[in-house]
Ligand binder design. Sequence first.
Ligand SMILES: Cc1cc2nc3c(=O)[nH]c(=O)nc-3n(C[C@H](O)[C@H](O)[C@H](O)COP(=O)(O)OP(=O)(O)OC[C@H]3O[C@@H](n4cnc5c(N)ncnc54)[C@H](O)[C@@H]3O)c2cc1C
Length: 303
Amino acid sequence: MTNKHQMAQLLNNVSLRDKTSLRIGGPARVYCEPAGVDDIFDALAAARVRNDRIFVLGRGTNVLVSDTGFSGLVVDVSSAWTGVQWTGECAVAKSGTLLHALVKDAVERGLGGLEKLAGIPGSVGGAVVMNAGAFGQSVSDCLRSVRFIDLLSADVHTADASAVAASYRRTRFASANELILEATFCFAKDLASEVRRAFDEVLAKRKSRHPLDLPNCGSVFKNPPGETAGRLIEKAGLKGATRGGAEVSHKHANFMVNRGNASAADVRSLIVHVQKSVYDKTGVLLEPEVVFVGEFEEPLFAP
Ligand SMILES: Cc1cc2nc3c(=O)[nH]c(=O)nc-3n(C[C@H](O)[C@H](O)[C@H](O)COP(=O)(O)OP(=O)(O)OC[C@H]3O[C@@H](n4cnc5c(N)ncnc54)[C@H](O)[C@@H]3O)c2cc1C
C-alpha cells in the first residue's frame, strides 16, 4: 500500500527547464510535487532507500540548473504545498507559498515590515533560505520561527529567529540539509496608507529597473561590502557581454538574461568571465548569489 502511494508520487526524468525563471536546465532523475507532509516523508524515505541526493526546489527564481540536470530527487514544494494561516498580526505560511502573495496579504491588512519585498518572485521557503531582501528590508526582519525537516535524520524541528542565523542573503538553511515546511512571520501595525504607498512604489521601481521581458534569475552576484555588484560590473564595461545565448543585461548589470537559447554552461561561463574581469579591474571577487544545481564542468573563478 505504502509502496503504491510512493510510486504515484515520484516521477522519473522530469525537465526542470520550465520550473526555473531562467528557463534553463536538464531533467531531475526523480521528481515529486508533495501536497502534504506525508507525501514529503514518503519521497524522502524513497530517496533514502535509493541513496539519492535531495534538492528542494521552490519557485526556481534563484537557481541555475546544469544542462545535465540533477541526478537525485528534486522535491518541488512550490506547486501544491501552499497556504497562509493568519492570527492577528502573525502569519504561518507553507514554504511553497509565493512570497509576494504573503507580502500583499499583509499590506492589505495594513501590516508593514516586508512591503519592500513586493514583487520578489520566489517562494516563502526560498526567501527564508536566501534571507531575500530589497530596499533595506529583508525576510529576517519579520521572521519569528521556521519549521523544517532535517534531511539526514528525517526529524521535524522548529528554529526560532536567532537559530536561523540570518545575515546578508544567507541563513543556516543555505547548507541544503533541511527542507523548510513553514515559516511564521509577525508584522507591524503601521499606517496602512504608508505601507501601501511603499508597496506600490517598489513594484514600479522593479518594473523600470529590471529586465523582466527576458528569462533571468534576479541578481546573479551578492553585493560586496560597501559596493553594489551591478556598479562594479558596469564599471568593468561588461553590460551586454555574452556567452552563447546568455547576456549581461543592458538594463541592470547584475542581471543575466537568457536570450532564448542559452545553456547552463553559457551562463556559468559568463559568470566566470564577469568574476575574472571585475577582479582584474578592481581586485574584488564577486560571489555568486545564484544557487548552482547539478554538475558544472567549468570551475568558478578563484584568483
Ligand atoms: C526578476 C527577479 C527579481 C528578484 N529580486 C530579488 C530581490 O529583490 N531580492 C532578493 O533577495 N532576491 C531576488 N530575486 C531572487 C529570488 O527571487 C529570491 O532569492 C527568492 O527568495 C528565491 O526563492 P525561490 O522559491 O525561487 O527559491 P529557489 O530558486 O527555488 O531556490 C533557492 C534556494 O532555496 C532553497 N529552497 C527553496 N525552497 C526551499 C525549502 N522549502 N526548503 C529548503 N530549501 C529551499 C533551494 O534549495 C535553493 O538552495 C529575484 C529573482 C528574479 C527572477
